[in-house]
Design a binder for this molecule. Structure first.
Ligand SMILES: [Zn+2]
Length: 131
């Protein structure tokens, strides 16, 4: 799947909804390519008590459920159809799924398919350090 196709799939899944019970979803949509060559989709879940999670982690949960932890590429779009880079929490979360995810590419500009790698977004990820 090309980046353009991943972007179109992310747009297709973009579906902002108010669920009427202190919960909304779908204002952000992510498509993730696993190292197994499969694609995983996710949307944000926002609960009004402050809980919830981002589209990237939603897609990652589907990927891990399928037995994959290594991510090749990610495309994430918001309601304005613009590309989003991952928040700090997602950067850490995705980096901890596999050390190989330092090489994960995030699409930042559709024109020319400009990407940035996770290692550049998170140059010093969490890890235990010796004394
Ligand atoms: Zn996030």
């Amino acid at each position: 799947m090309t980046y353009c196709e991943m972007y179109e799939l992310a747009l297709k899944n973009l579906a902002p909804r108010e669920h009427g019970s202190g919960f909304s979803s779908g204002s952000v949509s992510a498509v993730m390519e696993g190292a197994n060559g499969r694609y995983y989709c996710g949307v944000n879940l926002d609960l009004y008590c402050g809980l919830g999670f981002c589209a990237e982690r939603s897609a990652a949960a589907a990927m891990v459920t399928d037995g994959e932890t290594v991510i090749r590429r990610v495309v994430c779009v918001g309601e304005n159809k613009k590309l989003w880079t991952p928040c700090g929490s997602c950067r850490e979360f995705l980096s901890l799924l596999s050390p190989q995810n330092a090489e994960t590419e995030f699409l930042v500009e559709l024109e020319g398919e400009k990407t940035v790698r996770l290692r550049d977004l998170l140059p010093l990820p969490w890890q235990e350090r010796s004394l």
